[in-house]
Every structure is written in C-alpha cells, then in structure tokens.
Design a protein around this ligand. Structure first.
Ligand code: NAG
Ligand code: NAG
Length: 242
C-alpha cells in the first residue's frame, strides 16, 4: 500500500524475493503495487542491484546459484515468456557470471513489471530470484486479484493503516497472511494453512487442526432423570463398602 513505510517495505521485498536465490519454500514471487506505491519500483531495482551474487560458500554473497542447470533454465524461460507476453524487464539477472564461478547456475535478481494475470510468468511460479510485479488501483482490486489466483498459500500486506490491514486480513482468502511481514510462516503451535489449490484434504498439519487429526472422538449420550435423584438423608459417616 502507498501508506506503508517505504524503505522498510522495499528492504523486506528485496530480502524475501531474492534471498536464498528465491528458492526457499515460501520465497516471495509476486508483488502487487497498489496506487502510488508503483513509483517505488526504481528504488526496488536499486536495492536489488546492490545484492551480491556469488558462490554459496562465499560469506559475502547475498544470494548463491540456482540449485540445478534445469532450475536455471526453467527460470530463464519463464522470464523470457514474460518479456514475450509484454511485460517489462526492469532488471535482468540472466547471464550473470560471478568471478571465479563462471560455470555456475547463476541468476541475478530479476524484476519483471507490468505483469498481467494471464501471463505464464504469473501463473507458473518462477521459483528463482525473479520478482513479478503487478499493479492495482485500489486495495479492493488487489484483494480480488489475489483471491482469483488458483493457489492460496501465503500472502502479505505492507501498510501503516490498521483498517487496511484488518480489511486485508478479513477479506483475503489465503492460508498464511502476513501484515508487514513478508514471509508469513507460522510458528509450529499454529496451523500451516492453505486455501484453494494450496491444500489437499480438509485438515492442516500441526496447530489446532493437527491436534484434531490425532484425536479420536468419543461421543457419550446420557440420560439423568430427576425422579431418580436419591432423597435419602445425607450421611455424615465415612462411606464403607458393604
Ligand atoms: C531510505 O533509503 C534511502 C536509500 O537507501 C536512503 O537514502 C534514505 O535515507 C532512507 N530513508 C530513511 C527515512 O531511512
Ligand atoms: C505452502 O507452501 C509451503 C512451502 O512450499 C509448503 O511446504 C506447504 O505444504 C504449502 N502449504 C499448503 C497448505 O499449501
């Protein structure tokens, strides 16, 4: 949202999208810039450019290589499909060759903007350090866009407005919801939830529904009639077995 803390939000977006080369399970793949916040894009590019791509053993690296040549090729192909379908490649990390590791499966931070929901790069998660950017005029439009996705695993809103956060929390149909938290992975005492294509079955693992999964239910049906209540006088003696 345009009312979010800009620097905090941009740093969180860059970290969540490009950290671990975008290959951790809940890495950020997509951003929806609402209203004026789209003006922040050049600053996001600046932050992304500052990240160092190198060997995973290089302690100064911000992101390492892709896991396999196939994963790299898949990500590169999806990026190209975005360009072919009319998206703008604001930052192209393809072909990057860190010194000393020229043969590695590297992809630098990549930012595609002007992405539309029918494009392949939106529909198929790139699962690499490539961030797909969409735009919406209003929060309502953004919520509608997210809720129309066939998946519903994780999402987050960045805002300084309590009412925008509450509206998002109530109306978004996604399992994990972050508020100013980019990767909303719940602690183990809460359920790992999911909506639509992001859940199979009806129970989530751990949290309350995890307990429910491991619980066998016992149902007791009882009848107590008032006329059966004993009217004998109270005994003050220690009860003994006869
Ligand atoms: C925001 O980030 C920019 C670029 O890193 C920096 O120049 C500016 O001082 C920061 N603003 C605040 C309020 O921290
Ligand atoms: C959500 O995504 C995470 C990370 O990929 C995965 O482990 C989890 O099973 C997914 N959860 C649901 C409910 O889709």
């Amino acid at each position: 949202m345009p009312d979010a803390n800009k620097n905090y939000t941009l740093n969180q977006l860059a970290g969540a999208a490009f950290g671990a080369a975008g290959q951790r399970c809940m890495a950020l793949s997509t951003v929806v810039f609402v209203g004026e916040s789209k003006k922040w894009l050049p600053e996001l590019v600046e932050r992304a450019k500052q990240l160092k791509v190198s060997s995973g053993f290089d302690e100064s690296a911000d992101l390492g290589p892709m896991i396999t040549p196939a994963a790299l090729k898949r990500a590169e192909d999806l990026i190209q499909s975005g360009v072919d379908e009319g998206a703008t490649l604001l930052l192209d990390g393809r072909g990057i060759k860190p010194k000393g590791f020229e043969q590695g499966n590297f992809l630098g931070p990549t930012i595609l903007t002007g992405v539309k929901t029918h494009m392949r790069c939106y529909k198929e998660e790139i699962f690499g350090p490539a961030l797909v950017c969409l735009e919406a005029d209003t929060l309502d439009e953004a919520i509608e866009l997210v809720n129309a996705n066939i998946y519903g695993n994780g999402t987050a809103i960045f805002t300084n407005s309590g009412s925008a956060a509450r509206k998002f929390q109530d109306e978004i149909d996604v399992g994990q919801v972050g508020i100013n938290v980019p990767i909303p992975v719940p602690l183990p005492m809460f359920s790992f939830t999911g909506s639509r294509g992001s859940i199979q079955g009806d129970l989530n693992f751990y949290g309350k529904t995890g307990v429910q999964f491991y619980t066998s239910t016992k149902t007791v049906t009882a009848l107590w009639r008032s006329e059966d209540v004993s009217t004998a006088e109270a005994s003050v003696n220690m009860p003994t077995i006869r």
